[in-house]
Write a new protein. Structure first.
Length: 291
């Protein structure tokens, strides 16, 4: 029986690990192919991924509360969008991934003979681990966008002030900028414009995909400038100055928080160093062997 548990656990954990590692190493977003999102057709070429999709569909169809999960699925869809849609997972497949991870940890715990309490804790941890994974992907994506934004904004401002319109400026920025998340989102913005989508709607959709307040503020300023007919170059220059001021203030805030965050670790470090240096003297003095 234990061999069966180990085999089932290996299959469950191997499938989950494969999907996570593949998502982290995914390189399907290539400009030359016109794709900036993970390609589901490319993912479906993998037999394991096809097996997972079929298993996820079966698990969701058998779910006792599938009709009451629409609100949860809408929230998960937004989180997956902010995380970059890893492996083109749908909300239903993400829930199935959580259940598979929980089942895998449960089977492993039973195979290793853990107690009921430890088994329950590990099973709950396996269920919520994909949520932490998505949150970490979103955090890394946000940091990468904020790191790329000043360079993109400067190029866009210079292109606008050189006489290009917004579409031409974005095209020049995408052509000249380094490979990054924000440049790929701008590339998708251009693709949507070429397919006939309104510029305002394309900008709003881009801000919704990125999910970063700084980009949303920039998009709102561009839309407002376009509607009011004011100079876009001046608007972008103001946005660039405001962003740099905000970035400087954020750096100051982090610098002021650093001493507070270092207090408790330094307290333990100094205590350990004090015991290491004077502990032996104290023990010898207590034994009367110091002098």
């Amino acid at each position: 029986m234990r061999i069966v548990y180990i085999v089932l656990a290996s299959l469950s954990i191997g499938l989950c690990g494969y999907m996570i590692v593949t998502a982290l190493l995914d390189k399907d977003a290539v400009k030359e192919q016109g794709r900036i999102k993970p390609d589901r057709e490319a993912c479906m070429r993998s037999p394991l991924y096809r097996l997972f999709v079929k298993a996820a569909g079966f698990m969701i169809s058998m779910h006792p509360k599938k009709d009451k999960l629409s609100g949860y699925f809408s929230r998960v869809k937004k989180r997956l969008l902010f995380a970059g849609e890893p492996l083109c997972l749908t909300p239903e497949e993400f829930l199935a991934l959580k259940e598979l991870a929980s089942t895998g940890m449960l089977v492993v715990s039973l195979a290793l003979g853990f107690s009921i309490t430890v088994t329950f804790v590990l099973s709950v941890a396996g269920f919520f681990y994909p949520d932490l994974w998505i949150r970490e992907l979103h955090k890394k994506r946000r940091v990468a966008i904020l790191k790329e934004l000043p360079y993109i904004l400067d190029l866009l401002t210079l292109s606008i002030e050189a006489g290009l319109d917004l579409t031409g400026s974005v095209s020049r920025v995408v052509e000249k900028s380094r490979e990054g998340i924000l440049s790929r989102e701008l590339f998708q913005f251009l693709q949507e414009l070429r397919m006939g989508k309104a510029r305002k709607q394309a900008l709003t959709d881009m801000a919704g995909r990125v999910g970063v307040p700084e980009v949303t503020s920039l998009v709102n300023a561009i839309i407002q400038s376009d509607e009011l007919g004011s100079g876009l170059g001046r608007t972008l220059r103001i946005q660039s100055q405001e962003y740099r001021t905000r970035r400087f203030q954020r750096a100051e805030k982090l610098a002021m928080e650093a001493p507070v965050k270092m207090t408790f670790p330094l307290l333990f470090i100094f205590t350990a160093v004090f015991l290491l240096l004077f502990g032996s003297f104290a023990i010898q003095a207590m034994r009367g062997k110091l002098f």
